[in-house]
Design a protein around this ligand. Structure first.
Ligand code: PLP
Length: 447
């Protein structure tokens, strides 16, 4: 099957970038834990004429005509979400995870109200109240942290909630490798009368498959992106739980109003269609197997890395993600690890670690995960191979160190050219290409 055939004929300039991007995806190990490879069915739905429609409002209550079938699509997506996550309400219109989270603030708080979330450099997401995010500027943000061992500091969160009486508390984050303590946070929220929102953007697929505890019993609101472990198109959902409706019978309405007309105009109906497809796929026995393999792979990779002398925050993982602590090679080494791994064909992202001794732009860790390579069909033996390769790459960065601010640009430029010419790294690049060719990505696509 030729893909993007019409683009090739009519927009060769764009086509050449797309072609290179497909090759990059095929020939590298995609290990950014927030990425995945969605199915051809999802891509067909998203890349279709369903992008043409305007449908501001909600099914049966639209501001535009001609929405009979779009209503059907949105209701299908919403019904599948409710069934899969065991909740009475699901809004599938958010454009992405960040606007979904902002809508939760507007549904539950007034600007200036106090909110709590996991601190960004402790693994939290920008939208949980970080100072450079609108959420940290419009609301009074009281961050909670992880302990020195990398696990959530529940005692601190409890104390901060008692002292600050937040209106909204977030549980769930973007760089945490252990199971989220939903139950403990539900007690904390209860004590302070706060709304509790679980942001399961990263782990939605694991929750859907029963591989991670579901927050549905413990929280009032659940937000998630649809493009991470859930393996759908780029988008998001906001769900209200039975517990949420008990606390506030109008909560579902407040959430809907916060999305439209509060923050958004017309929903992206082609994406809604892709979400519907992804939710159907995520309900299948094959997906359960996939999600449990993600975690098995993550554990196998962790075991190999530890065996090869690489340090991990919390000493391992319960989910799809690992956080490498690079401080034994020096502070702020994340960028070196990220670039060296990229030169070897392994895509990861630099990340802060608990008690970050450097800065978010020059952090001391690397975050990586197994969702995308598990989609390709890789299993434990391949994780062992990958772990050995990563450890070898990390040896190559050990003679470098992050210089003071003024010298960084030149130093990193020199580092990048050296690392690209490094024989060990080049050898690993070859091994990566070979491994990838055994697990073809979109084998039917020709460009
Ligand atoms: C990815 C992520 C988001 C934001 O999603 P975008 O689609 O990038 O806006 C929000 N919360 C968490 C925990 C995430 O991991």
């Amino acid at each position: 099957m030729r893909t993007l055939e019409s683009v090739m004929e009519n927009d060769p300039e764009l086509f050449s970038y797309a072609k290179k991007e497909l090759a990059r995806q095929r020939e590298g190990l995609e290990m950014i834990p927030s990425e995945n490879f969605t199915s051809e069915t999802v891509m067909q739905a998203v890349g279709s004429f369903l992008t043409n429609k305007y449908s501001e409002g909600y099914p049966g209550k639209r501001y535009y005509g001609g929405n009979e079938f779009i209503d059907g699509i949105e209701m299908l997506a919403s019904a599948r979400a409710k069934k899969l996550f065991g909740v009475p309400h699901a809004n599938v219109q958010p454009y992405s995870g960040s606007p979904a989270n902002l809508a939760v603030y507007f549904a539950t708080c007034k600007t200036g109200d106090t909110i709590m979330g996991q601190n960004l450099t402790d693994g939290g997401h920008l939208t949980h109240g970080w100072k450079t995010s609108a959420t940290g500027q419009l609301f009074r943000s009281v961050p909670y942290h992880v302990k020195a061992d990398g696990y959530m500091d529940i005692d601190e969160a409890r104390r901060l909630a008692k002292e600050n009486k937040p209106k909204l508390i977030w549980v769930g984050s973007t760089a945490y490798t252990r199971e989220f303590p939903f139950e403990e946070f539900s007690e904390i929220a209860e004590e302070s009368g706060a709304y509790l929102a679980a942001d399961i953007a990263h782990i939605a697929g694991l929750v859907a498959a029963g591989v991670h505890k579901s927050p549905a019993k413990y929280v009032h609101i659940i937000t998630t992106t649809t493009h991470k472990t859930l393996r759908g198109p780029r988008g998001a959902m906001i769900m209200v739980t039975d517990k949420g409706l008990e606390k506030d019978p109008e909560l579902a309405e407040k959430v809907d109003k916060a999305i439209f007309p509060g923050m958004q105009g017309g929903p992206h109906d082609h994406v809604t269609a892709g979400i519907a497809v992804a939710l159907k796929e995520a309900s299948s026995p094959q997906f359960k197997e996939y999600a449990s393999q993600i975690v098995k792979n993550s554990r196998a990779l962790a075991a190999q890395l530890l065996e090869s002398g690489v340090s991990l925050v919390t000493g391992g993982t319960d989910n799809h993600m690992l956080l490498i602590d690079l401080t034994k090679y020096g502070n702020g080494m994340g960028v070196f690890a990220q670039d060296a791994l990229e030169a070897a064909g392994i895509t990861v992202n630099k990340n802060t670690i608990p008690g970050e001794p450097s800065s978010p732009f020059y952090p001391s860790g690397v975050r990586l995960g197994t969702p995308a390579i598990t989609t390709r069909g890789m299993k434990e033996p391949e994780m062992r191979e990958v772990g050995v390769m990563i450890a070898k790459v990390l040896v190559e960065i050990q003679k470098y160190s992050l210089p003071e601010k003024e010298k960084r640009a030149d130093y990193l430029k020199a580092f990048r050219s050296e690392i690209n010419a490094n024989a060990t790294i080049r050898g690993i690049r070859g091994e990566v290409v070979k491994l990838c060719s055994k697990f073809p990505l979109y084998p039917g696509f020709e460009m």
